[in-house]
Design a protein around this ligand. Structure first.
Ligand SMILES: *[C@@H]1O[C@H](CO)[C@@H](O)[C@H](O)[C@H]1NC(C)=O
Ligand SMILES: *[C@@H]1O[C@H](CO)[C@@H](O)[C@H](O)[C@H]1NC(C)=O
Length: 404
């Protein structure tokens, strides 16, 4: 896990703050294009780049984001934005606006609106497998929030292009670990041992039949064994072997079917070779990530807003991927959530290394796009929300509405 991508969402978000903030405070209902213009002004751009670099110079792992959290808070203080801290250890939740409903949230992203509505800024810890979103929810960070937007940069998409789709965009994911135990002994006298290496090998092959033989070929799923540990000498059969891996699916049903079958196959197949097996799904350390599903109504909203910023021709359909996003936890408690991708491949053709590569770099020219998009998505959401409330006062206080 590389630390620079770890911070991706957080730093991109942070930088976004000042341009749109000033734009909105100055102009109330600023247009989407205006957000991009402001975010590109050298004063704002340099501020964003400076913050990004400061975060990048001091990467901190999940729930240990102490200095980053401090940086976020000092910038919020500087701008006079109130916030709650600590939320989920190092998390920060800022509030821009009246402090009253309706609430729209930007995860790890900042902007501000001087209008009826409140924008909630979620600076979330531990996105890389630590389930930070879940802890933020448990700490009440998104109580009463009606919609949340989140995004990720995409290294192989040209800058100025945005990608998304309605429905599922990222898979649900879980991890498993199993200890397969036999009886160790001398490698030259196998008849006096119960060999867990051969049993584990058969377990792994059988696990590969789950997707190929039991899953609907049109319902994408993954089972990968990525860990195999046991033994250490050339002439000793070990007592036990530990295997572990991940499983992914695009629906709850498929996900829990896989979970059940993984356990059955490991225990059953190990017993064929007279071994015993214990299976753990490590939920405490690595909570299951739900499927990331984009709300249809917010997709239409995104197409409209992004069209104004990057142009309708620069919005691309995003194929779903088997990667998982802990942003998905928000969808379980908030009526509408939306996740999109921002291209940052340099026009000069310089190929950027992918997100989890240790050679990952950021094209800082992407920062104004993220700033403008997030600010505008939240602002337009609140404007439409306010307009629809005016039209039907009876719905003004309902927690969801159909206009958006
Ligand atoms: C999608 O979002 C809209 C607008 O916020 C909401 O009314 C609707 O219930 C959401 N749809 C689903 C399936 O959650
Ligand atoms: C490409 O990226 C480099 C460094 O990342 C930057 O200096 C340059 O301005 C970029 N060129 C374009 C055309 O975006």
């Amino acid at each position: 896990m590389d630390s620079s991508s770890q911070w991706l969402l957080l730093f991109v978000s942070l930088q976004l703050l000042s341009g749109p903030l000033a734009a909105v405070v100055a102009g109330g209902r600023a247009g989407s294009e205006e957000f991009l213009e402001r975010a590109r002004e050298s004063e704002f751009f340099e501020w964003m780049v400076g913050i990004r670099r400061r975060i990048h110079e001091k990467p901190e792992l999940g729930y240990e984001e102490f200095e980053t959290s401090e940086l976020v808070r000092s910038e919020l203080d500087r701008m006079g934005i109130s916030y709650k801290h600590p939320v989920a250890v190092t998390g920060v939740v800022g509030f821009v606006g009246t402090g009253k409903p309706p609430f729209v949230a930007l995860r790890a992203d900042m902007d501000a609106l001087a209008m009826q509505g409140t924008v909630v800024l979620l600076f979330q810890p531990a996105e890389e497998g630590g389930g930070g979103a879940k802890k933020m929810i448990e700490a009440g960070a998104v109580d009463n929030v009606e919609a949340i937007f989140g995004f990720h940069v995409s290294t192989n998409t040209p800058i100025g292009i945005v990608e998304s789709r309605p429905g599922p965009v990222m898979a649900g994911s879980g991890f498993f670990e199993a200890v397969i135990s036999g009886k160790g002994g001398h490698a030259a006298i196998p008849q006096h041992t119960i060999d867990p290496i051969v049993a584990a090998s058969n377990v792994i092959v059988s696990l590969q039949h789950l997707v190929s033989r039991e899953a609907d070929p049109l319902d994408s799923q993954v089972v990968t064994v990525a860990k195999f540990q046991g033994g250490g000498a050339f002439n000793v059969i070990p007592d036990s072997v530990t295997i572990g891996g991940t499983f992914r699916a695009f629906s709850k049903e498929s996900f829990f079917q896989l979970k059940q079958r993984i356990e059955e196959v490991i225990v059953g197949q190990a017993s064929v070779q007279r071994c015993s097996a214990t299976v753990s799904f490590l939920e405490k350390e690595r909570p299951f990530f739900p499927v990331t599903i984009n709300n249809d109504t917010l997709h239409a909203h995104f197409i409209k807003v992004a069209g104004e910023i990057v142009g309708p021709g620069n919005i691309r359909d995003r194929h779903p991927v088997m990667g998982a996003e802990d942003f998905a936890f928000f969808a379980e408690v908030v009526p509408s959530t939306y996740y999109y991708f921002l291209g940052m491949q340099n026009e000069s053709g310089e190929l950027l290394k992918p997100g989890h590569s240790p050679y990952f770099t950021v094209n800082e020219d992407v920062l104004p796009y993220g700033a403008a998009l997030h600010a505008s998505l939240a602002q337009k959401f609140l404007i439409q929300r306010a307009d629809s409330a005016l039209q039907s006062p009876s719905e003004a206080h309902s927690s969801s509405h159909d206009e958006l």
